[in-house]
Design a protein around this ligand. Sequence first.
Ligand code: 8X3
Length: 257
Amino acid sequence: MSGLQGKVVLITGASSGIGEACARAFAAEGARLILAARRTEKLDALARELSDQGGTAAHVVSLDVQQAGAVEAAIAALPAEWAAIDVLVNNAGLSRGLDKVHEGKPSDWDEMLDTNVKGLLFVTRFVVPGMVERGRGHVISLGSTAGDMTYPGGAVYCATKAAEHAINDGLRQDLLGTPVRVTSVDPGMVETDFSKIRFRGDEERAAKVYANLTPLKPEDVADAIVWAACRPVHVNIARISLTSIDQANSLLFNRKS
Ligand code: 8X3
């Protein structure tokens, strides 16, 4: 028993990739899941599957993290049995384009900044007060190795992940003196729809990102997240940085040809 049995875990961006892997990993630990994403069809299917397979209780919420008012209303509207969130996994995030700053699209910047920075802030803002009130809670946010080292064409995405580091560190300082823990989990390259979304469905270009190397799998990241959540309550894991064995940093890869 990991201590997550019966705990309420809210996962944003839970419909695919790292979010979906987190749902499966927390379900395996006996947690109860609030699955949030903009579109709920995939969440409904995931909730049904987890319930049928392992009896996991899951509550599906349609959530656009970019809208402060909608986030506040969605958290306030949680049914009583789901309102006491123990673990928040701030996973919703995306990249758009790989353009030089002086050639980039402001609409892409809006989307990345609104989701990865403001979305992270909005969900945290409206979930953490309850954690402080209840005297328990853990905020785990998805950072990235991109927040430590910028790569060409990635200035804005990398800036959002550098911002996540600053927010994660600031939140930990703001919550000092409360039992609420704050963790950033920072993966390198993970094989998800990340690159397909970045390149707006250009599968050939996306596939090249992962060509001739072994990237992390979403399950590897979920494993690190669950590990951080399972530490004794007096232990705060500030940050976990993880890459596959074929990646040393944002710019250095071991491609086999
Ligand atoms: C994802 C890592 O290097 O593909 O955040 O941008 S990277």
